[in-house]
Design a protein around this ligand. Structure first.
Ligand code: NAD
Ligand code: LMR
Length: 330
């Protein structure tokens, strides 16, 4: 039996993500939570003739607790999205508190669930989640993931212009670092099968993956950021976590984790000087079972990309941790 929960289920990501989860044969029970509109979204999805039994809750009458009780996987796309001209860090003021309070709920109601954080800025919201879980004495770093799959999906898609590969998702491209601008480090030199990115096309390709989010924000002209591609990416990652938890072997996905709590991660933390970082992670029944250190295999260009990524991440991570210990006055 697998129970999945979506927190922020009525939003631009939450609705299509809930649709994909409802349709998945991997899920037996799906619970939706949001501060608005969950009854309507739940009623609508409940007419789909898939296996998952669906329930939906608003905050009233202990709705968060009811949604979370018995959860195996909790996906969090709750929070405000960007408008043109904003950075992801501009979302911190509102989203930091939303993620903190939702993770407090997880600590109380389903402390052993896998937690998949989508809410931006991921570079800070994942450290926030970690600190909240630590304060509640229920922290298992192997079960906390920042979802960076959209960066991987973008890398697969955008390199297609060069490879001509008919099925872009067949080209596996690790993307490491964080999830915003220069903290996103795509590793085309490690693509499988190998891709040959011509030197004159390389800078634009890197920039497009790093700033792909801006492309969507601009195109939506104030109506939000990526939702449908994120729902696809979030579902793809959730599916892998669930499959691995059921014992499927050989599943490796880049994800933003607490390096010091995952086998193999401490060496990467030492090498980068950063505690939270996205690397390809071997997933298994207990979650993030091994962080793969691929830093030694980077090209010279990729090593250069790593420097601003590390600097940006250090600030974003420290800001998240500080928010939990020194919350701003209400
Ligand atoms: P949205 O505004 O369409 O939806 C957000 C939902 O969260 C809304 O339904 C809102 O009611 C709900 N919400 C707000 N406060 C809540 C709370 N306390 N509890 C439960 N629900 C709450 O936004 P969106 O486009 O779905 O984006 C959501 C978040 O995901 C944003 O922060 C965005 O930046 C982020 N995002 C991350 C990635 C990624 O790659 N990790 C990609 C795209 C978007
Ligand atoms: C993305 O990468 O599309 C998301 O992080 C949303 C954003 O703000 O760009």
């Amino acid at each position: 039996m697998v129970k999945a929960v979506v927190l922020g289920a009525s939003g631009g990501i939450g609705q299509p993500l809930s649709l994909l989860l409802k349709a998945s044969p991997l899920i037996d029970e799906l619970s939706l939570y949001d501060v608005v509109n969950t009854p309507g979204v739940t009623a609508d999805l409940s007419h789909i003739s898939s296996v998952a039994k669906i329930t939906g809750y608003l905050p009233a009458d202990d709705g968060l607790k009811k949604a979370l009780t018995g959860a195996d996987v909790v996906v969090i796309p709750a929070g405000i999205p960007r408008k043109p001209g904003m950075t992801r860090d501009d979302l911190f003021k509102i989203n930091a508190g939303i993620v903190r309070d939702l993770v407090k709920g997880i600590a109380e109601s389903c402390p052993k669930a896998f937690i998949l954080v989508i809410s931006n800025p991921v570079n800070s919201t994942v450290p926030i989640a970690a600190e909240v879980l630590k304060q509640a004495n229920v922290y298992d770093p192997k079960r906390l993931f920042g979802v960076t799959t959209l960066d991987v999906v973008r890398a697969e898609t955008f390199v297609q212009d060069i490879t001509g590969e008919k099925e872009p998702s067949k080209t596996v491209i690790p993307v490491i670092g964080g999830h915003s601008g220069e903290t996103i480090v795509p590793l085309f030199s490690l693509a499988k099968p190998a891709v040959n990115v011509p030197a004159d096309k390389y800078p634009a390709l890197i920039k497009r993956v790093q700033f792909g989010g801006d492309e969507v924000v601009e195109a939506k002209g104030g109506a939000g950021s990526a939702t449908l591609s994120m729902a696809y990416a979030g579902f793809r990652f959730a599916e892998q976590v669930i499959k691995a938890s059921k014992g499927e072997k050989g599943i490796v996905e880049p994800t933003f984790i607490d390096l010091n709590g995952v086998s193999g991660g401490d060496a990467i933390a030492k090498e980068t000087g950063v505690d939270f970082f996205s690397v390809p992670v071997e997933l298994g029944p207990s979650g993030a079972e091994k962080a793969n250190n691929i830093l030694g295999s980077l090209s010279e260009d990729e090593k250069k990309l790593l420097e601003p990524a590390k600097t940006g991440l250090k600030g974003n991570i420290a800001k998240g941790i500080d928010f939990v210990h020194n919350p701003p006055p209400k």
